[in-house]
Design a protein around this ligand. Sequence first.
Ligand code: ARG
Length: 568
Amino acid sequence: MLWHERIADIIKNAYFKAFNQEAPEETLQMIEQPPDSSLGDFAFPCFRLAKTLHNAPNKIAEKLNEAIGENNMVTTETKGAYLNFFVNRKAFANSVIDEVISSKGSYGSSKEGEGKTCCIDFSSINIAKRFHIGHISSTLIGAALSRLYAFKGWNVVRINHLGDWGTQFGKMIAAYKLWGSKEMVEEGGVQALSDLYVRFHEESEKDNSLDDLGREWFKKIEDGDEEALSIFEYFKELTLKDAKKVYDRLGIEFDSYAGESFYNDKMQPVIDELQEKGLLVESDGAWVVDLSDENMPPCLILKSDGATLYATRDLAAALYRKKTYDFSKCLYVVAYEQDLHFRQLFAVLKKMGYDWVDEQMEHVSFGMVGYEGEALSTRRGNVIYLDDLLQKSVEKALEILEEKNPNIEDKQLVAKQVGIGALIFTMLQNNRIKDIDFWWDRALNFDGETGPYVQYTYARCSSVIEKGSHIDAAPDYSALCDDITMEVLKALYRFPMAVSDALFRNEPYLITRCVTDIAKAYNRYYYEQRILTDDYSASAARLLLSRATKEVIQTGLSLLGIETPEKM
Ligand code: ARG
């Protein structure tokens, strides 16, 4: 932001000089960075000033330009309604590199979130189901956001709102009692539980007394029957043990696994409150909150048999989180299919009189993940499991490494870093709402805009730095003033803004995009500039640029959850 601020000051002074009044408050925000450098490194569009100054925008630009006159940090020129700024390149290079290197890995971080808490509900898997690709986006987006908020000084509470309540668990226990055993489940894991559940469905079509049995077991869970609870707890343990293997591989941890069942004893007060506030109305024996004034279907709170619903639990969860964590933000990283659910949830909370909802709660929704051109559905048996996907990704990365760099040290580790990195990168490459179609050859391509490409750039920086480790001359920044080098510097300069925007919009892909831009700019630089020459002062400056690039790529990738091998 340093240069934005510097330029804003120059504009403000010139504005006062030219028009004898204060420049608009949003001067800083009006400064742009033109994609085409021939139009300046920074630009100030004057259209919006025309009205207050009763003058044509291009005339305003000219007057400002005149008022600025000579300045040793920038030169200016006008182009139509734009006042374009060309920075003093040597000073720019020096300041960007200094800033990156002196912040020791925290370039782009800030303390703006200090004292504030952000709850992030993500991954939120379902018990007794294997971790499948349907939960990958929530897991990766949520984890990236949790790192991002922490990087900006927030206190982050990572919540895995487990799907651990519902009549299906009664059926599952019934099936387990009928056909299952500890040994079988021990061996087959969560898959064995799903298989039992499938079998239950098949057999209950022939024998409908089974459904009653399922209901009985569910009733037992509800009533706190010891056997039912202990079997259910066992299912939960098993699912989490499996899921934790995936979380470990991805470097993800949670602060809370309070899932749906955690709210069993916390819903009655919420139902009472809805009642007291006159919001509960009866509808066909069930109890709902009417949302017709918001053009939404009613939010179902209690079924006619008194059972609570997903929404009832989420209401209790929201209020519990507010009370327990006193959050300033509460994010729900959940697929767009649940848009209506969250709109209803927020609307009901607002009707209850909670005025923090609009500002603090947000449904961070995202699109679907497809696989090699096919839509995925659990029902058609067309499921991709996350542990398989991670495994395959690592294997494929290993194959590529064998081919490209067979003698590399720590091959297994690097394959793991590259394979998993490729997967994460692909998932966080586009804005959230866009559907993703995952293809192996695209994800693992070393040349396209991929994880391996950016990781490779990082390794390239490392190797250049190592080659130049004998150079200890003072850097001469005038070696960093050509157009190609400027593109690297500008990309590095933009990184903190990308981080801020990513947080503001809850869009990790803005970081993915920024590190990709940095990698592209650096690779071009690498091909067109000789970094190590006989001119040690110039080499020292170019090495510093490589070091800054390396550090920013590492920071950016680590926010996404991607590791950076030194060699690959
Ligand atoms: N378990 C749910 C599912 O798989 C997601 C839960 C999201 N979080 C929440 N508070 N509703 O669809």
